[in-house]
Design a protein around this ligand. Structure first.
Ligand code: NDP
Ligand code: HSE
Length: 425
């Protein structure tokens, strides 16, 4: 089996190492040896440590490598939309098996890749694109195809989970925790894609597409980052027996799906609450299977390479036996509900005047927007009076309108924070 590797950075270099170190086992498992016939990179002369490959394999001509007749499997670990899409479409249309970790491309234009795979009769595998090492997409794509998935709730970004776990454990604010994450190598120099939720939104789109047999793109996902979560919010969550996580939530009802990424309070008893450090975990609910939990390392060269190689073995076996991976399942064609129609709960922290009638006025705003209050707590007096209100479930649009109306009340000095609440708080 001849393999073209596109990209030899954090993930690609570990793919090379694992292929080398496990060569005999992989040959035995597949029934044929795997041989790397070319490695496309941006800079040929870049220092790459002691990679166990011949320097002559490196090329900057990725498209030329993909087009070679002697290539069976193309592994893409470059990232980004173009030129990766052009390379992969070329490979798939030419009948080559494609393995990619490129969540950005799959979430933005997975349809083009799936269509090219169908056209070329080729395999398209992408286990590493969501939650790194965790075997998650194959269970959704194969094992659960006899069932109906109703909800997927996940922590799918390691950087932000490290930051929020650290804020929870130490009482640190966002900037301080981000600094620590950067020093320890968890956060990238530009952490925008992680902290603003773009990375998680791409993964949410991929998960929702597989779980609900419907094409969902990153543009369909409601996204709110976690830069606004304060040390005060975390303390407030702790007082309620909760913590705060950046969640991706994909839900299905009879005739539509909703997909969102935002920070949310969850009770400490929720299985996702104890997922600390930079770990990922995904909680899947299905009609017959009930609750399933997937946990592990969502990033890093070696863990991600493990998922890539699992796909390589599957694709190579398919080629040898003349079979194919399951093709895309998108028959349900469910529309995506806007965030306003999603049913959620809010935790609202208000700075208010401390005088008779304030509570009644605040409660009146909730009633007007048909939002039912679950609990109210007042702390402080006079200048320091604060109200913490937790609602029952209501359409997000009603909750957002309630917050907007509260901000216009004279007796509300400021809205200190608004957080969504998930799980049975
Ligand atoms: P890196 O930036 O470490 O590596 C990218 C590689 O692609 C480099 O080898 C680079 O070449 C090469 N490259 C960039 N542009 C081109 C080009 N135009 N032509 C040829 N080669 C090019 O990325 P990662 O390894 O971190 O990520 C790769 C993919 O895996 C991405 O899609 C990412 O989202 C995904 N992923 C990454 C995870 C991680 O933990 N890092 C986890 C899960 C998924 P050169 O070496 O010369 O610079
Ligand atoms: N930046 C991502 C994370 C890498 O922090 O989880 C894996 O996609």
């Amino acid at each position: 089996m001849r393999l073209a590797l596109l990209g030899c950075g954090t993930v690609g270099s570990e793919v090379v190492r694992l292929l080398h170190h496990q060569a005999d086992d992989l040959t035995a498992r597949i029934g044929a040896p795997l041989e790397i016939v070319g490695i496309a990179v941006r800079r040929i002369g870049r220092e790459r440590g002691d990679l166990p490959v011949d320097d002559g394999l490196f090329t900057t001509d990725a498209l030329g490598l993909v087009k070679r007749d002697d290539v069976d499997v193309v592994v893409e670990v470059v990232g980004g939309i173009e030129p990766a899409r052009t390379w992969l479409v070329e490979a798939l249309r030419g009948g080559k098996s494609v393995i990619t970790a490129n969540k950005a491309l799959l979430a933005e234009d997975g349809a083009t890749l799936h269509d090219a795979a169908a056209e070329g009769g080729a395999d398209l595998y992408y286990e590493a694109s969501v939650a790194g090492a965790i075997p998650l997409l194959r269970p959704l794509r194969e094992s659960l195809h006899g069932d109906n998935v109703t909800r997927v709730t996940g922590i799918v970004n390691g950087t932000t989970n490290f930051i929020l776990s650290s804020m929870d454990a130490t009482g640190a604010g966002f900037s301080e925790a981000l600094e620590e994450a950067t020093e320890l190598g968890y956060a990238e120099a530009d952490p925008t894609a992680d902290v603003e939720g773009f990375d998680a939104a791409a993964k949410a789109a991929i998960l929702a597409s597989l779980a609900f047999h419907t094409r969902v793109t990153a543009a369909d996902v409601f996204r709110e980052g976690m830069t606004g979560v304060t040390a005060g919010d975390m303390a407030s969550a702790r007082e309620m027996g909760c913590t705060i996580k950046l969640l991706c939530i994909a839900e299905r009802n009879e005739d539509s799906v909703s997909v969102r990424v935002h920070p949310a309070m969850i009770p400490r008893t929720h299985p996702l609450a104890s997922v600390g450090d930079a770990f990922n975990a995904v909680f899947v609910e299905a009609e017959a299977a009930g609750q399933l939990m997937f946990y592990g390392r969502g990033a890093g060269g070696t863990p991600t390479a493990s998922a890539v190689l699992g796909d390589v073995v599957a694709a190579a076996r398919n080629r040898l036996s003349g079979t194919r991976a399951p093709s895309e399942s998108n028959y349900a064609h469910l529309p995506v509900r806007p965030i306003g129609a999603a049913v959620t709960r809010y935790h609202i922290n208000l700075d208010v005047d401390d005088k008779p009638g304030v509570l009644a006025a605040v409660a009146g705003v909730f009633a007007k927007h048909e939002v039912s209050i679950a609990t109210v707590r007042q702390s402080g007096r006079e200048e320091d009076a604060k109200l913490v209100i937790v609602t029952h479930v209501a359409p997000d649009a009603n909750l957002a309108a309630t917050v907007d109306a509260l901000s216009q009340l004279e007796i509300v000095r400021s809205i200190a924070s608004v957080l969504r609440v998930e799980g049975g708080v």
